[in-house]
Structures are given as C-alpha cells and as structure tokens.
Design a protein around this ligand. Structure first.
Ligand code: TXA
Ligand code: MG
Length: 318
C-alpha cells in the first residue's frame, strides 16, 4: 500500500485506475477519510467489509460526483430530497433513497434503500470524475477505520487504522486534515417527511428552513440500519466520562472558555463548535497515543453542530 501526498491529476488518475482494477483507495472528504471501492464491483466492495471487520449487513454510502448521477442510483426521489441535494451538495449530507435496479445487495446490506453523497473536497471530486471517465459510476466508501473505532480525519490515522490490512496495490490519498471532522448528516428521504438518521453539520434547522417540512425526529422507529446508530461506536481505547472537573492525569476535552484544572492533560480547547468537531477525533486519537486511561469531556450545549458532537461523544462513551 502506498500513500500519495497532495496527489497530482496524474496520481488521481492512477488511483481511479486502481479502483477500476478492483483495489481499494482511501481518500479525503470534507467530513472524514473514506475507504473507497468501485461501487459496481462486488468483489472490491466485499474487500471493504473484510478490511474494516464490518458486518456485511451494514450498508455503505455511494459517493457520486454530482447530482446528475442521482438517477443512476435512486428512483422515486421525493421533491424535498431534490431540494436538499441541490442546496447542500457537494457537502456533508447523505440522502437515503429508494434504490434503482443497478444497486447490488452488497452496497445496501440487502435493504431496498441506498445512501448517496456528493462530497465537498477537491481530491474526492477529482477522483470521482476520473473514475467516471474510466467508465465507473460511483465509489462506495465507509469511514476508513476498523469497525466501531474512531473515524480517521488524517491520512496517518487511516494508516494507523488499516495500514496492516491493505494490500500492495491499494492506495491512501493524503490531502491533510478533514475540514469538518465528523461524518455527514444522514437523512432518510423514503417517507413524506425527512428524518435524520445521523446528526452532522447539515442541521435540522437548515433542512426545515429549506424544505418547509418538519423533520421527523422519531427515527428510532425507522427500520433502516445505520451502524453509526449503534449504542457504542466511534470509540477510542480510553474510557470517556462527562463532567467539568478532570482528575489529575486524565485527558480533558472542552471548549477553550472552560479552563484546565488539576494537572489534567488538555487534548483539545476549541474556541467554537466548528473547531470542536474539527478537532474531536484527533483529540480522541491523541488520548490513545498517550496511553491515557480516561478522558473527561465537557459536552457542548445547544442544538445544531453541538447535537452532532454530543451524539458522537455519547456513543464513543458507550
Ligand atoms: O461523512 C461520511 O458520511 C463518511 C465519508 C467517508 O463520506 N462516510 C461514512 O460512512 O461515515 P460509514 O459507513 O462509516 O457510515 C455510514 C452510515 C452507516 O452507519 C450506514 O449504516 C449508514 O450510513 N447507511 C449507509 N447506507 C445506508 C442505507 N441504505 N440505509 C440506511 N443506512 C445507511
Ligand atoms: Mg463509520
């Protein structure tokens, strides 16, 4: 496996060819790094599951280069979903839609629905376009971590997570840290009103303001399987606790306005919520690299991005 930093157009083409030849390519997106495979190649998609150690009934998001590819993957698309796609793509939003005939069971975990996203990251978009020019139409990509672990927001975190499981012909594209740092908002668009399956940077308010329909928050009754909704997920080895006053030697994550105390080890002091999500996963990784036993987190208050950050942290704590 080779890591390519700041890939040139030629190197992106090489990565697209690797995908077409059935190899895996980890690539940056604005949310987290993804582990990509040609979405039309069942054998390649199967490799994702084995490399991640992920159960095969957990569906994968298909990444596409633009809204014009939507009809290849989905049918019966509601009007509000088209509005969302036009407004927020490319961007940190995944839409769950009824799948078209070209989608295989490998991608959807046997469900009738497919998750689609246009990422807002120049290398990701260039890779998607290059793959399309070679005849591909979509890259299936979960976060590039072992199942249940913290999503990687840098190429070195991908290396740390999956380096020993990737093959010689697989690639990691490195374009620096991900801007947003937590995974996309997942919106179930298979009912008359949108419902949120995973919180993210596209917030309830943004969705409701745009489509003029109340978001259904009672998503627990949705039968759709989202591994990010498992009670324990996104977990570091260090134990996560919540509160305001860390013990000596304990890792500490809180907004910068909350001071350090008791000789704790400050892992992140973001000045606002955008910085909080951007720094969160690297702070959790830092705790593990320092072999800390536990991390005290002061959860941010409020809705919007704060809701997404709390969701990840509560699941990370199990
Ligand atoms: O930001 C992101 O979404 C990142 C980047 C790489 O795009 N991807 C990501 O993928 O977080 P993953 O597989 O780690 O998480 C995607 C979640 C999973 O919990 C999966 O179960 C859910 O999306 N999902 C995917 N397709 C689905 C479908 N058809 N129905 C219900 N849930 C789906
Ligand atoms: Mg994931």
């Amino acid at each position: 496996m080779e890591t390519i930093s700041n890939p040139s157009q030629d190197q992106i083409l090489k990565a697209a060819k690797a995908l077409k030849n059935g190899h895996l390519v980890a690539f940056p997106t604005e949310t987290v790094y993804g582990l990509g495979a040609d979405a039309a190649n069942d054998k390649a998609v199967c490799k994702i599951y084995s490399v991640k150690g992920r159960p095969t009934d957990h569906p994968l998001i298909v990444h596409i280069s633009s809204i014009s590819q939507l009809d290849k993957w989905a049918i019966d698309i509601p009007e509000y979903a088209v509005k969302l796609a036009k407004e927020f793509w490319p961007g940190p939003m995944t839409l769950i839609l009824k799948r078209s005939g070209s989608v295989t069971n490998f991608i959807t975990g046997g469900q009738e629905y497919v998750g689609l996203r246009v990422p807002n990251q120049p290398i990701a978009l260039a890779l998607l376009r290059a793959h399309e020019i070679l005849g591909g139409f979509g890259i299936a990509a979960p976060s590039a971590n072992r199942f249940g672990a913290v999503s990687p927001t840098t190429a070195s975190a991908v290396q740390e997570e999956l380096g020993c499981s990737l093959n010689d012909n697989d690639l990691i594209l490195d374009d620096g840290p991900c801007v947003i740092g937590i995974e996309s908002t997942i919106i179930d668009c298979t009912n008359s009103a949108p419902s949120i399956l995973r919180y993210g940077a596209i917030t309830i308010k943004m969705i409701e303001t745009l489509v003029g329909i109340k978001v259904n928050l009672n998503h627990e009754d949705s039968a759709k399987r989202v591994s990010g909704r498992l009670k324990k997920h996104y977990s570091p080895r260090a134990k996560i606790e919540f509160g305001k006053a860390p013990k000596p030697g304990q890792g500490f994550i809180a907004l910068a306005s909350i001071p350090n105390s008791n000789n704790s080890i400050r892992l992140a002091s973001p000045i606002n919520l955008v910085e909080f999500s951007h720094q969160l996963y690297s702070a959790l990784r830092l705790a593990d690299s320092l072999s800390l036993e536990s991390i005290l987190v002061t959860l941010p208050e409020g809705d919007g991005l704060a809701l997404a950050i709390r969701d990840r942290l509560i699941r990370a704590a199990g």
